[in-house]
Design a protein around this ligand. Structure first.
Ligand code: ADP
Length: 197
């Protein structure tokens, strides 16, 4: 299948990164994670990283223009190579609208948004465990709670945005990793008409 352009929507800890990697491998397209790219900018102490760092440490969203600027090149390159699975972007309706404005004329707008649905109680449990293993500085209980609130307020409205455009599929993200991946792939095959756009 050529030209697969997907994005994943899920709360912190829903498993976006894990599933995005697997789905991108399945379709032989690039996995683009806004969070991973931002963390790399912080480590490399770039201008983007210096602006983003404080927001990330607080669990707040990095300003739209910074994220859009950062993603332009990787997304353009991925499109030229056959497609993308976006993980962590868009995170607000404003980001979705801005991305659509850029992508639609080029015919590279997203085809399907995949919602990984996970119960809030499981999220906190997963993230506290991850924080102990990974040492990610935004995986402390207070910051995690704030990131979940930011998700509820700023990112969740995206579900309606894509549902209204008939581009949303929802999978149960509580099940084992393999089953979640498989269920995304099966649902995408059922929604072939979307991938044909
Ligand atoms: P998680 O989904 O577990 O919160 P991510 O790795 O996706 O983790 O994101 C980590 C942080 O990076 C976010 O809390 C936010 O500060 C920043 N970030 C990532 N993507 C975006 C985006 N699209 N817009 C604004 N900020 C972002």
């Amino acid at each position: 299948m050529l030209g697969v352009r997907l994005l994943l929507i899920g709360a912190p800890g829903a498993g976006k990164g894990t599933q995005a990697t697997r789905i991108a491998d399945h379709f032989h397209v690039a996995h683009i994670s806004s969070g991973d790219l931002l963390r790399a900018h912080v480590i490399n102490n770039t201008a983007i990283g210096r602006t983003a760092q404080d927001y990330m440490e607080r669990g707040d969203l990095v300003p739209d223009e910074v994220v859009l600027d950062m993603l332009r090149k990787p997304v353009t390159e991925a499109v030229a190579a056959g497609g993308y699975v976006l993980d962590g972007f868009p995170r607000t309706v404003e980001q979705a609208e801005a991305a659509y404005a850029v992508a639609k004329d080029l015919g590279v707008a997203v085809q399907v948004a995949v919602h990984l649905a996970v119960d809030p109680a499981s999220l906190l449990e997963r993230l506290v465990a991850r924080g102990q293993e990974s040492g990610r500085s935004d995986d402390t209980p207070e910051i995690i709670k704030h990131r979940i609130d930011v998700y509820e307020q700023r990112t969740k409205p995206l579900l309606d945005y894509y549902a209204e455009r008939e581009r949303l599929i929802t999978v149960n993200g509580e099940r084992p990793i393999d089953e979640v991946t498989w269920s995304v792939i099966v649902q995408l095959q059922k929604a072939q008409r979307l991938l044909a756009d």
